[in-house]
Structure formats: structure tokens, C-alpha cells
Design a protein around this ligand. Structure first.
Ligand SMILES: Nc1c(NC[C@H](O)[C@H](O)[C@H](O)CO)[nH]c(=O)[nH]c1=O
Ligand SMILES: CC(=O)[C@@H](O)COP(=O)(O)O
Length: 157
């Protein structure tokens, strides 16, 4: 029996972190967590990490597509925060962002760690950006590295 399970260490991986400026006071902590996890746990070299800033979560899928088409990166970490307001705007931004990221990841076989918070309020976002519920940026970063390794192991057989 063969078991394929990716490790998180990926010293030579080139990683793009795509982060929304909208709600940047939360997203800054997600980026901090992602970079810490990439370097400290994933052993990714500083020179192999690129941070790409975009206006909002809605713009992240197009940016993932551009990153994929550049063929310069092995994995992507998508970071942002969508907080529910009074209208249906939340559903469009959160829904289209996540479905766009997934479809682009599948179309290009590019591992993308999904670190976009979709919360009812600011408190829930703060809790997930380095306080009591951990740091979803770090989780997304490690997931991207693990999937990079898993896909490579599948290719090698
Ligand atoms: N409301 C949130 C947004 N809205 C902005 C959109 O993402 C987009 O930039 C705009 O509609 C122009 O295309 N973005 C977030 O990341 N988080 C939000 O809560
Ligand atoms: C993404 C959102 O839900 C938010 O920023 C928009 O708030 P509102 O629905 O009150 O316009």
C-alpha cells in the first residue's frame, strides 16, 4: 500500500501571497501569519515570497489567474476579509471570490491556500487573525505548501 501525504516543508517553493487592501487592518495580521508560517515551518526562503496587494477580495481570482499564467509561482496564498454588512453585497463578494479562486486553482492545477475570512462582524475577524481562533493566514499558507508537495508526489508516482 502506498500513502501519499504532503509535508509542509517546501524550501524551494516560490509562493505568491495575494492580499486585499479592503479591511487591511485585519489582513495585515493574516499576511504576518502567512509569512511566519512559510518561513519558520515551511522553510521557504524570503526571496521566494512575493506579496501582491489588490483592492478587495473580489479582485483576488483575476490575480490568481495572472499569477498562474505567469508560471513563476508554485503556490498561492489568498488572503482577505469580507465582513457582512446590511445588504447582499457580502454574498456576492465572498461567493464570487471563493468560487473564482477555486475554479482558477482547478483550471491551472495551482495550489491555492484559501485564507479569506467571511465573518458576521469585526470581532469574528479579529479572532481569526492571530488571536483566540488562531491565524487563518498561517493555516492557508501551510495548506498551500502541503498541496504543492502532494501534487508533486502524485506526479512522481
Ligand atoms: N466589502 C468588501 C469588499 N468589497 C470590495 C470588493 O472586493 C471590490 O474591491 C469592489 O467591489 C470593486 O470591484 N472587499 C473585501 O475584501 N471585503 C469586504 O468586506
Ligand atoms: C462586503 C460587505 O458586505 C460590506 O462591506 C458591504 O456592506 P453593506 O452591505 O452594508 O453595503
Amino acid at each position: 500500500m502506498q500513502v501519499i501525504e504532503g509535508q509542509v516543508a517546501a524550501p524551494h517553493a516560490k509562493v505568491a501571497i495575494i492580499v486585499a487592501r479592503f479591511n487591511h487592518f485585519i489582513n495585515d495580521s493574516l499576511v504576518e501569519g502567512a509569512i511566519d508560517a512559510l518561513k519558520r515551518i515551511g522553510q521557504v526562503e524570503d526571496k521566494n515570497i512575493t506579496v501582491i496587494k489588490v483592492p478587495g477580495a473580489f479582485e483576488i481570482p483575476l490575480t490568481v489567474k495572472a499569477v498562474a499564467e505567469s508560471k513563476k509561482y508554485d503556490a498561492v496564498v489568498a488572503l482577505g476579509t469580507v465582513i457582512r454588512g446590511s445588504t447582499a453585497h457580502f454574498d456576492y463578494v465572498a461567493g464570487e471570490s471563493s468560487s473564482g479562486i477555486l475554479s482558477t486553482s482547478l483550471a491551472h492545477s495551482l495550489p491555492v491556500g484559501f485564507g479569506i475570512l467571511t465573518t458576521e462582524n469585526i470581532e469574528q475577524a479579529i479572532e481569526r487573525a492571530g488571536t483566540k481562533a488562531g491565524n487563518k493566514g498561517a493555516e492557508a499558507a501551510l495548506t498551500a505548501l502541503e498541496m504543492y508537495n502532494t501534487l508533486n508526489s502524485i506526479k512522481k508516482g
